[in-house]
Design a protein around this ligand. Structure first.
Ligand code: NAD
Length: 285
């Protein structure tokens, strides 16, 4: 039986460490880091995500605010809100919760967020810097995955990594981060053929497609490191993109729930804290 990579416990440990770092700054007389989340509309899943982000931000000593805009808010209204937050010196991190209502162009909004305050790591400047391995803010889910792999000392150099899914949120950036750690990376997507064979030929499998039970337990080999990013609701339960039995067949696996999910939120807090520290260094605070 393999080892489960416990993202839930690791996220808890990292929140404790972060709280200590925040306390250290408060003791120096600095104000608390601050995160503002913009929510447009009333999507229930988004509402629950933003509440959880605010709660966890406050637990580590940040101040946090959720700005709620009506589901019919215009693109201009969202842009105005983002501009105001960009210029607000008491705001360190800005996160616009995705997806946005269909009448708002997500790219336009993301482009408007100051790259310095883009704690989701989605602004094209950050995407470019991260892709080039030249710094930049890493997107939260891929950052969280790398933190787990590092915590468990999982060797990446020279390993064959298969990323299933090519989204800008997960698939593409995790492929870059694995490449920068000298893994040999293949990206599979909806048009890829012979996925079963590819899985058998790789050591590290990251699956982010959003289809329950997409990776079958029968495909998983004892040497595999399986990172299940999927969050799917089935009969009121959260399940991943890999069959549950596959976790025990792999050498290492992140289960769903309690794997990658909690690491995503703690990475958001870490990104916000890093932004805050940079702003202190530049004497913007
Ligand atoms: P997405 O819909 O943007 O992308 C899905 C990707 O899967 C696409 O690139 C597509 O090419 C690929 N795909 C679809 N069908 C395929 C097939 N048959 N074979 C191979 N590839 C196929 O989704 P996303 O935003 O990357 O999210 C993926 C999953 O991860 C979802 O379940 C989402 O909820 C979850 N997610 C979890 C976290 C977390 O914190 N754990 C964060 C973000 C996303």
């Amino acid at each position: 039986m393999g080892t489960l990579l416990n993202g839930f416990e690791l996220a808890k440990k990292r929140r404790t460490e972060l709280k200590d770092k925040v306390d250290e700054q408060l003791n120096k007389g600095n104000r608390a880091p601050s995160l503002t989340v913009v929510l447009v509309g009333d999507n229930p899943a988004s509402q629950s995500y933003v509440k959880s982000k605010k709660k966890q931000a406050e637990e580590v000593g940040f101040t946090s605010e959720i700005l709620i805009l009506d589901k019919d808010a215009s693109e201009l209204e969202v842009l105005d809100t983002v501009t105001r937050l960009n210029n607000d010196k008491n705001v360190d991190g800005i996160l616009v919760q995705l997806p946005l209502p269909k009448h708002i162009n997500e790219d336009t909004i993301i482009l408007a967020i100051s790259p310095e305050k883009d704690v989701d790591g989605l602004h094209p400047l950050n995407v470019g810097l991260v892709t080039l391995n030249k710094g930049g803010t890493k997107p939260c889910t891929p950052k969280g995955i790398m933190t787990i792999l590092n915590e468990y000392d999982i060797e990446l150099e020279g390993k064959n990594a298969l990323v299933i899914g090519r989204s800008r949120l997960v698939g593409q950036p995790i492929a870059s981060l694995l490449l920068h750690k000298n893994a040999t990376v293949t990206i599979a997507h909806s048009r890829t053929k012979n996925l079963e064979q590819l899985i058998a030929e790789h050591d590290i499998i990251v699956v982010a497609v959003g289809i329950p039970d997409f990776v079958k337990a029968s495909s998983i080999l004892p040497h595999h490191v399986l990172i299940d990013v999927g969050i799917n609701r089935v009969d009121g339960k959260i399940v991943g993109d890999a069959e549950h039995e596959s976790y025990e067949k792999a050498a290492y696996a992140t289960p769903v729930p309690k794997g990658v999910g909690p690491m995503t939120v703690v990475s958001l807090l870490e990104n916000t804290f890093e932004t805050y520290l940079r702003r202190i260094e530049r004497e913007e605070i």
